[in-house]
Design a protein around this ligand. Structure first.
Ligand SMILES: C[S@@+](CC[C@H](N)C(=O)[O-])C[C@H]1O[C@@H](n2cnc3c(N)ncnc32)[C@H](O)[C@@H]1O
Length: 218
């Protein structure tokens, strides 16, 4: 087994056994393209990606609005002696240093904002990439709108953007070309539209997802 394969296998097994977490598989598949250096995980949640890269020895900035998740992440970073900084804040307020990160992850987060915010966030993501750095996005497609049975419960505020009053949350559904347009200056490494069976919800159903990986070339 090659040294890099040994490293990710160890990190992966540790995440699985210790915290029952699993990173996005595309990040493992393209791990060989991730240079040494700092990683940013936006809306990082339970830390499945942030912890994986910290275990691999990257310095990681974890950003999430949830106090509970952020506290848990701080504790884990301390216990495991990881170079992971948990920033408990809104990603819209997080100052992304220019040309700094070798990888910026936005998994299941960009859909939670209206257009103007998505524009600002993706602009900061692009500016924050170091040369040869990568942007990874996992989000939801407009296809979901054709199959949703609960759209009437939501208020449409923009094209393909809805507002959920109870949860005080926007939900934006991306068209393919729209998502790609935010990263038009990057070299596309991987792009896929897929449907996944969501078994966790009470009314299990298919979700239509978009997954993107791009690399800064200049
Ligand atoms: C669906 S989870 C995705 C978590 C993780 N990225 C993953 O792929 O498993 C969305 C996360 O975004 C966080 N979040 C929602 N709005 C946010 C905001 N405005 N700023 C920072 N984090 C936010 C939530 O607390 C939650 O942990």
């Amino acid at each position: 087994m090659k040294k890099q394969d040994q490293l990710w296998t160890q990190a992966y097994l540790k995440l699985k056994s210790q915290w029952k977490l699993e990173p996005n598989w595309k990040l493992i598949e393209y791990l060989h393209l991730v240079p040494q250096g700092p990683v940013l995980d936006l809306g990082a949640g339970n830390g499945r990606n942030a912890l994986f890269f910290a275990e691999l020895g990257h310095e990681v900035d974890y950003v999430d609005i949830s106090k509970t998740y952020s506290r848990r992440m701080r504790d884990r970073a301390k216990d495991e002696n990881l170079e992971l900084t948990a920033h408990n804040m809104d990603i819209r307020d997080f100052e992304v240093p220019e040309k700094h990160y070798v990888l910026i992850i936005a998994s299941k987060i960009l859909q939670l904002f209206p257009n103007a915010d998505i524009e600002k966030i993706t602009r900061k993501m692009n500016a924050g990439l170091a040369r040869k750095g990568l942007i990874y996005v996992y989000t939801f497609s407009v296809e979901n709108l054709k199959h949703s049975k609960r759209l009437h419960e939501l208020e449409q505020v923009e094209e393909n953007t809805y507002y959920h009053r109870k949860h005080r949350q926007h939900f934006h559904y991306f068209k393919s070309d729209e998502l790609l347009s935010h990263f038009s200056k990057l070299r596309m490494i991987f792009y896929n539209e897929d449907s996944v069976h969501n078994l966790k919800k009470r009314n299990s159903r298919y979700l239509f997802v978009l997954e993107y990986l791009g690399q800064r070339i200049r």
